[in-house]
Design a protein around this ligand. Structure first.
Ligand code: NAP
Length: 254
């Protein structure tokens, strides 16, 4: 039955940045669908661990700072998750940062930090997971893109560059890996109420300008993204490769 193909019972997912915001909602949704979850991040994800455990699923915290971890550290973290939870079926590259300043004044350290966390780490985690998934001939990778994978945004040049690149990377990996049973796709969230967008929502004029441009008439919340991640992580998406699923209240349609 079709709804059974959305179930994730017995699967293991690795989610980055699952301690708060969108990543927390995605991790809990994967657990609700049946998956055990490894939470890779730099902050102890105590609340998410407790909420996954309350669903009867296993939760494993994998402490890693994506700003400083190198490719070997990330490959090691992926292997550790797979070893401790017994397998690896799903990778969700969610963790991300944003630095806001005018392009001419954008500090080189902000450029480097954003590219490191939002792009380099995504690629290196895909490599680590890909080695496992290609050898077992199945796996699902879901990268978190952005509206700024399509648009330039305002005063966020490093973020726009990184998020455009995440889509290119998603398509490149999908082309290489689809025939081996590994699905690589992305979710592009619209404007979602999290810490990431707190400065936008604190500016009343900017908040209103954004809200009024969203056809759905409201900001998104992290739970708005949960159906998309479960779908892309499941057998229901078995023939979906290299797609970018916008969950944006209609922002891109306008
Ligand atoms: P958030 O609330 O700021 O959460 C960001 C997450 O990334 C946190 O878990 C954070 O961990 C983690 N992270 C940041 N730097 C890290 C590092 N060096 N090492 C490990 N983990 C790190 O943001 P969010 O809105 O949930 O964003 C999640 C993803 O969605 C990001 O990729 C973002 O670009 C994307 N996105 C968000 C929106 C939106 O409107 N909110 C729209 C489009 C795309 P700590 O708690 O330890 O900092």
């Amino acid at each position: 039955m079709v709804l059974d193909s959305f179930r994730l019972d017995g699967r293991v997912a690795l989610v980055t940045g699952g301690n708060r915001g969108i990543g927390q909602a995605l991790a809990i949704a994967l657990a609700q669908a049946g998956a055990d979850v490894a939470l890779l991040g730099r902050t102890r994800p105590a609340e998410t661990v407790a909420r996954v455990a309350a669903l009867g699923r296993r939760a494993l915290a994998v402490p890693v700072d994506l700003a400083t971890a190198g490719p070997d550290d990330l490959a090691g973290a992926v292997s550790r998750a797979a070893d401790e939870l017994g397998r690896l079926d799903i990778l969700v590259n969610n963790a991300g940062i944003i630095r806001r300043s005018a392009a001419v004044a954008h500090p080189p350290e902000d450029w480097a930090a954003v590219l490191r966390v939002d792009l380099d780490a995504v690629f290196q985690l895909c490599q680590g997971a890909g080695r496992i998934m290609l050898s077992q001939r199945h796996g699902k990778i879901v990268n978190v893109a952005s509206m700024l994978s399509y648009q330039g945004g305002i005063r966020v040049p490093s973020y726009a560059a990184a998020k455009h690149a995440v889509v290119g990377l998603t398509r490149a990996l999908a082309n290489e890996w689809a025939a081996t049973g590994v699905n690589v796709n992305a979710i592009a969230p619209g404007y979602i109420a999290t810490d990431n967008t707190a400065p936008l929502r604190a500016d009343a004029d900017r908040e209103a300008a954004i809200r009024e441009r969203i056809p759905a008439g409201r900001w998104g919340v992290p739970d708005d993204l949960t159906g998309a991640v479960v779908f892309l992580a499941s057998d229901a998406a078995r023939y979906v490769h290299g797609a970018v699923l916008a969950v944006d209240g209609g922002w891109l349609a306008r």
